[in-house]
Design a protein around this ligand. Structure first.
Ligand code: UDP
Ligand code: MG
Length: 337
């Protein structure tokens, strides 16, 4: 690969390992992060780069990164024009990596960098998708734990893509896997599902989730989690659409049965007029079912709409020591077109 000459010195040597760190208001924690991360990487191979993606932070994240880049040019950064969410920040980061392997890690040190050598050694043994699996979600509240478990159960039931439970974004991906991810044009980035969908020789590495370094709160509230769950299900399953066909069939069968009973009864005992309550109940029930079905349809149509608009996934505001690679997808099409 011919790097353009205007890149800063050092950028011409392709790194062995690229690390992506999505950052949203992480100015406070980043010193501690680099202090732990850099020695680990240095010990593996000095040819590394850390690409921090500032996901529309409103604190001094970008200023901090600029300072770090000056002292350590292997720390590089790109900032997005606003907050696009962690999944998109990672997608943006992937486009800037040039390493033969890419590690994705949270900025808040909940993902211990000390596991990375294990990731790398498995990668060197031929695994292309080495993913961390949380031993216990003891840093999560009970509500979140239950919600997560329910989500995995549901996802498993409705989607042909199996999600390994407890696996998140903390992982190492081989270049091949990264290129596969980059070739996926969809706007709704349910990365957990995408990682599973691409396949490749995969292996799990258990790790313990640490407390957030700055003692701060998770940026994912319940609404964000719910949205993520709906994104995940709709992106990887058509079951919510299909199910209404079956529901309709079952209801029609019941209605037919009930109709036969009424007709026979009317023929045998004559017509009587009670049944107002059951009438209202069934009208309301079916109105509810129909509205729900419409809602599900709307959910998918909305997603189709988002996809066909073909807006860029994110916009970049500033680049420090990096330049986006323009991936060419499997069809050989330049994706800028
Ligand atoms: N993050 C991000 N954009 C967002 C929210 C979070 O880039 O909109 C980053 C954040 O800086 C951190 C990582 O994603 O590096 C995980 O975020 P957080 O710790 O809040 O989530 P949790 O640990 O609860 O999954
Ligand atoms: Mg966290």
């Amino acid at each position: 690969m011919n790097a353009p000459t205007r890149l800063p010195a050092g950028l011409h040597d392709l790194p062995e390992i690229s690390v992506i760190v999505p950052m949203h208001n992480e100015a406070k924690g980043m010193d501690a992060l680099f202090q732990r991360l850099l020695p680990v990487l240095e010990a593996i191979d000095p040819r590394f780069e850390v690409i921090c993606v500032d996901d529309g932070s409103r604190d001094l994240t970008m200023d901090g990164l600029r300072g770090h880049h000056q002292r350590e040019p292997r720390i590089r950064a790109v900032s997005l024009s606003r907050n696009f969410g962690k999944e998109v920040a990672i997608a943006a980061g992937l486009r800037y990596t040039r390493g033969r392997a890419v590690v994705i890690i949270d900025a808040d040190l909940q993902h211990p960098p000390e596991i990375i050598p294990e990731f790398v050694s498995l990668w060197r043994q031929g695994y292309r998708n080495v993913y961390g699996v949380r031993r216990d979600r003891n840093t999560d509240g009970v509500g979140r734990k239950l919600f997560t478990r329910a989500f995995y159960k549901l996802f498993d039931a409705v989607s042909p893509t199996g999600l390994p439970a407890g696996a998140g974004d903390f992982r190492l991906l081989d270049r091949k896997a990264v290129d596969a991810l980059l070739a996926m044009p969809e706007r709704t980035r349910f990365t957990k599902g995408l990682y599973a969908w691409i396949g490749f020789k995969s292996v799990a590495v258990p790790f313990d989730v640490d407390e957030r370094i700055d003692g701060g709160q998770s940026r994912f509230n319940f609404r964000a989690l719910l949205r993520l769950a709906i994104d995940g299900i709709t992106a990887f399953s058509n079951a919510p659409l299909r199910i209404w066909g079956y529901v309709g069939l079952a209801i029609s069968a019941l209605a037919f049965l009930y109709a036969s009973i009424i007709i026979v009864r009317a023929l045998m005992f004559g017509i009587d007029v009670p049944g107002f309550t059951s009438l209202i109940v069934s009208v309301m029930f079916f109105a509810g079912v129909q509205l729900m079905t419409l809602g599900v349809l709307g959910e998918y149509i909305g997603r189709i709409f988002v996809e066909v608009k073909r807006r860029p996934l994110y916009l970049v505001q500033e680049e420090i020591g990096v330049e986006a690679i323009e991936p060419v997808d499997a069809t050989g099409m330049d994706r800028r077109a």
